[in-house]
Each structure stands twice: as structure tokens, then as C-alpha cells.
Design a protein around this ligand. Structure first.
Ligand SMILES: O=C[C@H](O)COP(=O)(O)O
Length: 249
């Protein structure tokens, strides 16, 4: 039985005052339940959010990391730094990094390896663009993005990771993948991993991300291969985020 995870990706939103209000209200309203909850604030707020979430069941994540442990890499942030501030997980390969910052599959694989090397749980994001979907290339793209990591890190590395299927066309657009479209992509990913290791495939959590809201979370999370969500915009709205957590039973 896979335990669901709902992770809020705040992207480049927040301020000291807004974060304090958001986390305080989320903690106050957190529904009972078995699902894991995490928030991923911008780097500069990790220490603040670590303090606010201390002792709660809300885990702390970062949105990206450097593939290097330290060095002359201006503007980059290394895994050990995230760990020191209390992060336990980190997103790698988010589409806003792949498409907005030109990260390729092999760089994403290096970041995945670095995350694990520094004791962080990598949440590997993958997903196709609208053009790729319309060209019938969804599975081809997912396979390429997944294989880049399994070939670099080995399939066994997925025992200590989470996947997040995020169709690029559904991110921040209000256009959600239907529960059936999400399920099909998740099932494809799981079956591809099962060809190499059935047990790892069975225990691996695959989150869905892309315009998840209170109103659609329950239907998406009800699909057998969907193990929670990576939530962008709705994670910044207290009642939306709490309802999504409640839907992840
Ligand atoms: O990381 C989260 C995803 O990019 C989804 O963002 P969204 O919920 O705002 O569409």
C-alpha cells in the first residue's frame, strides 16, 4: 500500500509575512489522515519555513539543487545546504527548470543523483508539452526522461525517490489532465519500471501535478496509479490546499 503525498510547490511566490500566515493556517487546519504533506518554498525562505513547520507533520522540500556539492557556482545551491536547513526532499527536473532554464535529461539525472547522495528524497518531475502530446509522443517523452535517470542512477535508486507526472500543458493553465489521462501516463511509467524491477515499481509513488484544485483532486487521486499530487497555485491558498490534502486519503 503506497502512502499518498501532497506536496505544495510555492514556485517564486511568498514573503516572510505571507509565508507565516500561510503555514500557520495550514497547520491549524491540517486534516487528520495518513497522507504525507510537504511544502517547497523558495530557497531563501527554507529556514523560516523549517522553523514554522518544526514538530509538525509537514515536511520541507526545495525546488531545485545543484548537481555539485560545493564550489564556484554563482547563484547555485547545493544539497548539503538544503539538508542543513531541514529539507528532506527536493524537486528535480520541474518543467519550469527544463523548459525555462534549458535543463536537459542528463543534467536532471545528475541532480537526482546529487539529491540522493546528500540524503534528500528526489521528486523527479516529468511530462510532455502540448506539441508532444498532439504529436502522439507522450510515452516517448516520458520514457526518455525516465530512462535518463534509471540509466544514470540504476533502477534500484527509484526505491528512494518519488515521480511527479506533470504534463506541461496543464501547469498553471487551469487545464487539468483528465483523471484517465493522468492514470494512463502513471500506468505507463509504472509498467516501464516494472520491466526492470516489479517490486520497486509497485512501491514507487507517482504524483500528478498540473492545475490540481480542491474541485478535481478527489477524482484524480482516486485513480489506482495516482499517489498524490504536486500542487502549484492551489498550495498558496489555505482552503484549497487543505481540501486537496483531505482528498488524498
Ligand atoms: O509543481 C507544480 C506544478 O507545476 C503544478 O502547478 P499548478 O498547480 O499551478 O498548475
Amino acid at each position: 500500500m503506497r502512502r499518498k503525498l501532497v506536496a505544495g510547490n510555492w514556485k517564486m511566490f511568498g514573503s516572510l509575512a505571507r509565508n507565516q500566515a500561510l503555514v500557520t493556517d495550514v497547520l491549524a487546519g491540517l486534516p487528520q489522515g495518513n497522507c504525507e504533506v510537504a511544502v517547497c518554498p523558495p530557497y531563501v525562505y527554507l529556514a523560516q519555513v523549517a522553523q514554522l513547520t518544526a514538530g509538525s507533520r509537514v515536511q520541507l522540500g526545495a525546488q531545485d539543487l545543484s548537481p555539485k556539492a560545493e564550489g564556484a557556482y554563482t547563484g547555485d545551491v547545493a544539497g548539503p545546504m538544503l539538508k542543513e536547513l531541514g529539507a528532506t526532499l527536493v524537486l528535480v527536473g520541474h518543467s519550469e527548470r527544463r523548459h525555462g532554464h534549458g535543463e536537459n535529461d542528463s543534467q536532471v539525472a545528475e541532480k537526482f543523483v546529487a539529491a540522493q547522495a546528500h540524503g534528500l528524497l528526489p521528486v523527479l518531475c516529468l511530462g510532455e508539452t502540448l506539441a508532444e502530446r498532439e504529436a502522439g509522443e507522450t510515452e516517448l517523452v516520458l520514457a526518455r526522461q525516465l530512462d535518463a535517470v534509471t540509466q544514470r542512477a540504476g533502477v534500484a535508486a527509484l526505491a528512494n525517490a518519488v515521480l511527479a507526472y506533470e504534463p506541461v500543458w496543464a501547469i498553471g493553465t487551469g487545464k487539468t489532465a483528465s483523471p484517465e489521462q493522468a492514470e494512463a501516463a502513471h500506468a505507463f511509467l509504472r509498467s516501464r519500471i516494472a520491466k526492470q524491477d516489479a517490486m520497486i515499481a509497485d512501491s514507487l509513488r507517482i504524483l500528478y501535478g498540473g492545475s490540481v484544485k480542491a474541485g478535481n483532486a478527489e477524482a484524480i487521486f482516486a485513480k489506482p496509479n495516482v499517489d498524490g499530487g504536486l500542487i502549484g497555485g492551489a498550495s498558496l491558498v489555505v482552503q484549497e490546499f487543505l481540501s486537496i490534502i483531505a482528498a488524498a486519503r
